[in-house]
Design a protein around this ligand. Structure first.
Ligand SMILES: [Zn+2]
Length: 333
């Protein structure tokens, strides 16, 4: 059966055996390997729906969920896989309430599932942007931070954290907001975006050094954080947003468009996003943007779904990570 639509996916994955076969092929295209030691010397125990690794080590048994974002989840693959499909393909994301109603899990489970799917979608890039004199846009935006949407205890914890961090003063102008920095490669039309602790020169320029090949063109606005970027061996060109937004090729409109997509999703679908979760929402939006259907790259919904599912291994997010450790996981302002 060819998977094209959400309807196809729901029908196809309503069968546990098909889910199993799909995920085995997706996760281990070259044959099943033990997630703990990498050995292919494994035995499938059909009765228990798990494998046994014949190498000598602790915890020799594993399931399809072991070593993935779904580890320890009691929710069946028949629900997980349609959830991956929905988040990979819904342009404006999907809220935990919508997912809860769509697949029949509690809203709390849906919320936790969505965060784990976002973690899978958070793909670490392998190569730098730009190169061969290519051009990269760099820009920042400020998101959310409406404390009245948060629980009182969480709000207090955040305020306490804020007061402890020296950087806080530097960003007092945007005191309720979180900074997100983005880079857009003009050639590949790919975006990288992450929450940053501040928009100081050191933060932004280090991100560029880490992500962009030297010798590339970098287009920014004329914020002081980008001053002397050319000294780092970039061809740095700026637009002054007071007078102009575009000077020939020099503009950051690609990223401006992305920021408005991100904000539309946050406002329309997610409404109240707590600061320490924002990176996940950004990663979700980046995933859909970078894998959108274009003339040169005619991906369909099944391709995006397969790509998201292929990223589940080696990542872990526990409920405590998400909810219990405010002090450690919060974005340091
Ligand atoms: Zn093993």
């Amino acid at each position: 059966m060819k998977l094209e639509t959400l309807r196809d996916a729901i029908i196809y994955f309503s069968d546990a055996t098909r889910c199993h076969e799909y995920l085995v092929a997706n996760r281990w295209p070259n044959g099943v390997e033990c997630p703990r030691c990498g050995s292919a010397n494994v035995l499938f125990l059909e009765k228990y729906n798990r494998w046994h690794c014949r190498e000598k080590h602790d915890a020799p048994q594993f399931t399809l969920k072991t070593g993935t974002v779904m580890e320890d989840s009691a929710i069946r693959l028949e629900k997980w896989l349609p959830a991956f499909w929905l988040l990979a393909n819904c342009k404006n994301g999907i809220s935990s309430y919508e997912l809860h109603r769509a697949i029949g899990v509690t809203q709390k489970s849906a919320w936790f599932m969505l965060h784990r799917i976002r973690l899978a979608m958070n793909m670490e890039p392998e190569v730098k942007m730009g190169g061969n004199g290519g051009a990269v846009e760099s820009d920042e935006t400020f998101v959310g931070g409406n404390p009245k949407n948060m629980h009182a205890s969480r709000r207090l914890a955040i305020q306490k954290k804020r007061s402890e961090v020296a950087d806080w003063k530097a960003s007092h102008k945007h005191s309720e907001k979180i900074a997100v920095m983005g880079l857009l490669d003009r050639e590949s039309r790919q975006i990288r975006a992450k929450v940053v602790p501040n928009v100081k020169r050191e933060t932004l320029q280090n991100a560029i050094l880490n992500q962009v090949e030297r010798g590339s063109k970098v287009y920014t606005d004329n914020a002081s954080s980008y001053m002397n970027l050319a000294a780092q061996e970039y061809i740095h060109e700026t637009v002054t947003h007071v007078q102009e937004y575009v000077r020939g090729e020099v503009h950051t409109n690609g990223l401006e468009n992305f920021w408005s997509l991100l904000k539309r999703t946050l406002r329309g679908t997610y409404v109240a996003v707590e600061p320490f979760h924002l990176d996940g929402y950004v990663a979700e939006q980046v995933f859909r943007y970078n894998n959108r259907t274009t003339k040169d790259n005619p991906l369909n919904d099944a391709d995006r779904f397969a790509l998201a599912v292929s990223q589940i291994s080696g990542k872990r997010l526990t409920y405590a990570d998400l909810t219990g450790k405010v002090e450690e996981t919060e974005v340091p302002f």
